[in-house]
Design a binder for this molecule. Structure first.
Ligand code: ZN
Length: 306
């Protein structure tokens, strides 16, 4: 029996936030529906941020309300603060992803707060959510855990410190994010081991970008270090509007190909996943779409993991 890996598709959030165009709401719904039908079990469908800052996310509440009707799908929404978490809870999101930058420069640019101020905000969000009747878990995403386009190197000890303070305010799960794509496999190993030594299984996932072409190598390093949750984006969309130089997320299609070929079941049908690119293209006609497997075609040698 093969092992399972959970892929959270972040294209509708991380991908669309930096897109040059705005995907019409109806097409966004069809795109998310198609990916869920292909077997994607978790999708980060949007973020509850000011539409003045990120106009692509203005319809997030409506998108969440649609996505929660899709069978078997865990609907994740990003919220950077308490107000966003309240909106995500009201819309019916199943999980709330909270960005927490490890580096001061990215934290100021993205959240207008220091990392420690954001950890305190996360504490307020956890507390508010715990008091609600409908329980919605949070996951913190530790941005710039492997380097920052403002501050350069990020100390491993700082990643460990922020991760530990998040666990201390009651965050049940967190991911390490290579927001700008500066990581390499040895660094992935080092940081994952250091963080796990401090907070154990509270460390769940990796969020990787392919800026330097090392995205899948980094994912493999994560697999070897025991990580079984990964974020990725269809067609490798993505980037951070407040992180100059960041390019797309790792490509979901290629990640599924690698994992399934290696015997890790993702639950995702690769054919149907690739077919969802047509809807993405319809919604964003001018966006660059990446991916080795979709461009080459699924090889005859490919088998899904059992
Ligand atoms: Zn990202």
């Amino acid at each position: 029996m093969g092992e399972h890996v959970i892929i959270c598709e972040v294209g509708p959030r991380d991908g669309l936030q930096i897109a040059k165009g705005i995907m019409p709401t109806e097409i966004k719904k069809r795109w998310i529906t198609a990916m869920a039908a292909a077997g994607v079990s978790e999708i980060e469908v949007g973020s509850f941020v000011s539409p003045k800052l990120i106009p692509q996310m203005a319809d997030t509440a409506e998108i969440v309300r649609h996505a929660v009707t899709l069978p078997g799908l865990t609907v994740v929404a990003l919220a950077p603060n308490l107000r966003g978490a309240q909106a995500a809870h009201a819309a019916g999101a199943h999980r709330i992803s909270i960005p927490v930058s490890v580096s001061e420069g990215h934290s100021r640019a993205n959240l207008n707060r220091s990392p420690d101020e954001q950890v305190a905000e996360v504490g307020r969000m956890v507390e508010w959510l715990a008091a609600q009747e409908r329980k919605v878990p949070v996951e913190a995403s530790c941005s710039t855990s492997f380097g920052c386009s403002f501050d350069g190197r990020v100390k491993v000890s700082e990643v460990v410190r922020i991760a530990a303070s998040l666990a201390a305010v009651g965050v049940p799960g967190l991911a390490l994010a290579d927001t700008v794509g500066y990581a390499h496999p040895a660094l992935i190993r080092e940081v994952v081991h250091a963080v796990r030594a401090e907070i154990g299984d509270v460390l769940e996932g990796l969020h990787l970008h392919d800026t330097m072409g090392l995205g899948l190598a980094n994912a493999l390093a994560g697999i070897e270090a025991g990580i079984r949750n990964f974020d990725s984006a269809l067609a490798g969309l993505g980037g951070c509007p407040f992180a100059p130089g960041a390019s797309g997320n790792i490509v979901t299609e290629d990640l599924v190909f690698m994992l399934e070929s290696m015997g890790f079941a993702t639950g995702i049908d690769l054919d149907r996943l690739i077919a969802a690119r047509v809807i993405l293209r319809e919604g964003l006609p001018n966006e660059t779409m990446r991916g080795g497997v979709p461009q080459a075609g699924i090889p005859k040698t490919f088998r899904h993991a059992a």
